[in-house]
Design a binder for this molecule. Structure first.
Ligand SMILES: Nc1ncnc2c1ncn2[C@@H]1O[C@H](COP(=O)(O)OP(=O)(O)OP(=O)(O)O)[C@@H](O)[C@H]1O
Ligand SMILES: [Mg+2]
Length: 309
């Protein structure tokens, strides 16, 4: 079983607005709504790929009820900790004309120490049954910044492999506990390292810097694929060229694909092919993680892998 810990859950709304521009009035042609948050997006893809998964996260208010019902409808198992504040709403505006996605994310509800303690309890209760544990996304205001670090340490104690997908101080803290897998995107890696990943040598330098802190480092680079390091091997993976529709959740799909590959006992190289295919398949759909598994399989054959040395 894979545990997907997603403290800052959300109701994700995706609106399609052709020619979207700031400062203008727009009519929304279509709105799609579904439970979201990075761990939830990853869980949706894990489920599509046949992996048993349990989501753990906070929920509150009317949006929290919608979130819980949405997960239930999708058949995604979850242990949800009720809080006083309402679950946040995140809006993605997809512009099919300008080929751009604008994300407007609420920070999330303020949580108190008792609520964090309850979430911690839920993680402790289920961690032992997991093979992998994903700690993914931002934390709601009020949650301690070292929460993922503590959970990675806890995972080590239980012999569970921890995968971290986070940014800023949450990522830096978590890296200090040496997670099994770390998946920053380009911006998150640049912010953490303090330099731009503009060329191949900077990307290799980034892998070398992060490798001592994580057994598997996967830096995702959007349409340019990913750069990956495992002990003794580094490689680049390139996605097939596609016409992207909505790239929100591509990194979450990538992570789900990678862990599925490892669960299937594939080599990290082959797991990264599956990851890239899942990321690309996600870019083709409008709601995060809503691609059919066959789409991933179809794209996998066109993924290209190049060793780095
Ligand atoms: N336009 C694209 N075309 C093909 N593949 C893509 C595209 N965008 C993303 N991908 C695939 O998805 C993977 C993850 O993308 P990206 O680096 O954008 O993740 P991310 O920024 O962490 O996304 P999120 O946090 O929204 O889940 C890439 O490594 C790539 O394989
Ligand atoms: Mg990401």
């Amino acid at each position: 079983m894979i545990l997907a810990v997603c403290p800052n859950t959300a109701i994700d709304r995706t609106a399609v607005i052709a020619g979207f521009a700031a400062g203008k009035q727009h009519k929304i042609a279509r709105v799609h709504q579904q439970p979201g948050g990075k761990g939830v997006n990853a869980a949706r893809v894990l489920k599509a790929l046949g992996q048993p998964v349990l989501v753990i996260g906070f929920v509150g208010g009317e949006t929290g009820r919608q979130f819980a019902h949405g997960l239930q409808r999708e058949g995604i198992s979850a242990e949800l900790v009720r809080i006083a504040g309402p679950t946040r709403t995140c809006l993605a505006i997809v512009d099919p004309r300008g080929h751009k996605v604008t994300e407007i994310d609420e920070l999330g509800p303020e949580v108190n120490a008792l609520e964090v303690q309850k979430l911690n309890h839920a993680v402790m209760q289920h961690l032992g049954r997991a093979h992998f544990a994903i700690f993914s996304g931002s934390l709601p205001p009020g949650a301690p910044v070292d929460l993922y670090r503590r959970w990675v340490e806890l995972a080590h104690k239980h012999g569970v492999l921890a995968a971290v997908d986070a940014a800023g101080p949450i990522l830096s803290q978590a890296l200090a506990a040496h997670p099994y897998l770390t998946k920053p995107n380009q911006q998150e890696a640049e912010e953490h390292l303090g330099y731009r990943l503009s060329g191949e040598s900077a990307i290799i330098q980034a892998l070398e810097t992060l490798a001592p802190q994580s057994e598997i480092v996967a830096i995702t680079l959007g349409a340019r694929g990913a750069a990956i390091a495992v002990p003794g091997r580094r490689w680049r993976v390139h996605p097939p060229s596609i016409s992207a529709s909505n790239t929100v959740g591509c990194g979450d799909a990538f992570l789900a694909g990678f862990l599925t590959g490892l669960e299937r006992q594939l080599s990290p190289e082959d797991a990264s092919r599956l990851a890239i295919a899942a990321g690309a398949a996600n870019a083709l759909t409008s709601g995060a993680g809503t691609m059919p598994a066959q789409q991933i399989t179809r794209l996998e054959t066109a993924v290209q892998l190049f060793p780095l040395d």
